[in-house]
Design a protein around this ligand. Structure first.
Ligand code: NAD
Ligand code: UDP
Ligand code: UDP
Length: 312
């Protein structure tokens, strides 16, 4: 059955991939975005599709539309962007969640929240299972994002308990791929763009901190499976690739895949509260939605490098 699906943040990196996937399945997609970090280039080829509609709107304001499902992705996700106007980031996470939950309540729509591995903060439990409550600084420079996303999860589960709303919460670990903005500021796009432009590769700190990088196609599959699961499994569920790499490893891999690059690696100060390690425990996703990532780091990096070669 074809559904009318709202994607907030639909012009961003992940939202633009999700829009394509849901259109391919035959659904109607309403993309709502204020274009703070997203851009029309990501979705321009969708404008000719009669089942696609774009609406420029800020989710901190109420939104009255009629939909069957909501994917709530609106929120800047890169530290440089979410720290640019931290108060607006918190408002987007929390007022945005309240408005979209209010909309879901009125329309009886199913609603999925794009939460984040950042809810685990700088974790002492490794790898991180969903049962870990996290270690987040409530007053630091990352808090607008981390605490905003944590409070959004609270709102989702309170609307679920109090109003019987069908909710889904996915905790997304570091994801990369085509349609990231060249100026996004996150590590994968930074290293690739730097290497392609023969600029210094900027490693923050000693480069021994770790992250687990997931290719965007794997994430989209997990998000759709989560929304569509018929057992009313709400999550929260981790969606990430358990492969774990240091930033030194990542820089070396990117340079190996762009052999013509003359870039040097340089070391810059580590930002405050930067998590030292991160890796998802994905046993729950395997059990509940039969999901695990299929695309390894090298394969995903090659796709992403090709995208940026054309872009810059
Ligand atoms: P992105 O910055 O490319 O996309 C975010 C989109 O939200 C942009 O198009 C932006 O313009 C829009 N937006 C921001 N504030 C808005 C507002 N107030 N009203 C309407 N639109 C607004 O980032 P992304 O990587 O595509 O992230 C999408 C979602 O996934 C975010 O909620 C993010 O927190 C979450 N997430 C992403 C990752 C990742 O590694 N990419 C990891 C964890 C969670
Ligand atoms: N809301 C919205 N669209 C709707 C319904 C509600 O944007 O279709 C917003 C509205 O601004 C409200 C919020 O969602 O403040 C929360 O709605 P809810 O019904 O939970 O709370 P209430 O309206 O009682 O404050
Ligand atoms: N990082 C880096 N160089 C960059 C950008 C980021 O070394 O040019 C580091 C950053 O300090 C962090 C890791 O890479 O330890 C991942 O950063 P990103 O902003 O991509 O994601 P997050 O910190 O939110 O996981």
């Amino acid at each position: 059955m074809n559904k009318k699906i709202l994607i907030t943040g639909g012009a961003g990196f992940i939202g633009s991939h999700l829009s394509r996937r849901l259109l391919r399945e035959g659904h109607e997609v309403l993309c709502v975005d204020n274009l703070f970090t997203g851009n029309k280039d990501n979705i321009i080829e969708l404008f000719s599709n009669p089942r696609f509609e774009f609406m420029r709107h800020d989710v901190t304001f109420p939104l009255y539309v009629e939909v069957d499902e909501i994917y709530n992705l609106a929120c800047p996700a890169s530290p440089i962007h979410y720290q640019f106007d931290p108060v607006q980031t918190t408002k987007t996470a929390i007022h945005g969640a309240i408005n979209m939950l209010g909309l879901a309540k009125r329309t009886r729509a199913k609603i999925l929240q794009a939460s984040t591995s950042e809810v685990y903060g700088d974790p002492e439990v490794h790898p991180q299972p969903e049962t870990y409550w996290g270690r987040v600084n409530p007053i630091g420079i990352r808090s607008c994002y981390d605490e905003g996303k944590r409070c959004a999860e609270t709102l989702f589960f309170d609307y679920h308990r109090q109003h019987g709303l069908p909710v889904r919460v996915v905790r997304i670990f570091n994801t990369y791929g085509p349609n990231m903005h060249p100026g996004d500021g996150r590590v994968v796009s930074n290293f690739i763009v730097q290497a392609l432009k023969n600029k210094d590769i900027t490693i923050y700190g000693d480069g021994c901190q770790t992250r687990s990088f997931q290719y965007v196609d794997d994430l989209i599959e997990g998000m759709v499976r989560m929304m569509d699961n018929t057992e009313n499994f709400t999550g929260p569920v981790n969606l990430g690739n358990p492969g774990e790499f240091t930033m030194n490893d990542l820089a070396r891999k990117v340079l190996a895949l762009i052999p013509e690059s003359t870039s040097n690696i340089i070391y810059q100060p580590l930002p405050q509260d930067d998590p030292k390690q991160r890796r998802p425990d994905i046993a729950l996703a395997k059990e509940k939605i039969d999901w695990e990532p299929k695309i390894g780091l090298e394969e995903g990096l090659m796709e992403t490098i090709e995208y940026f070669r054309d872009k810059i």
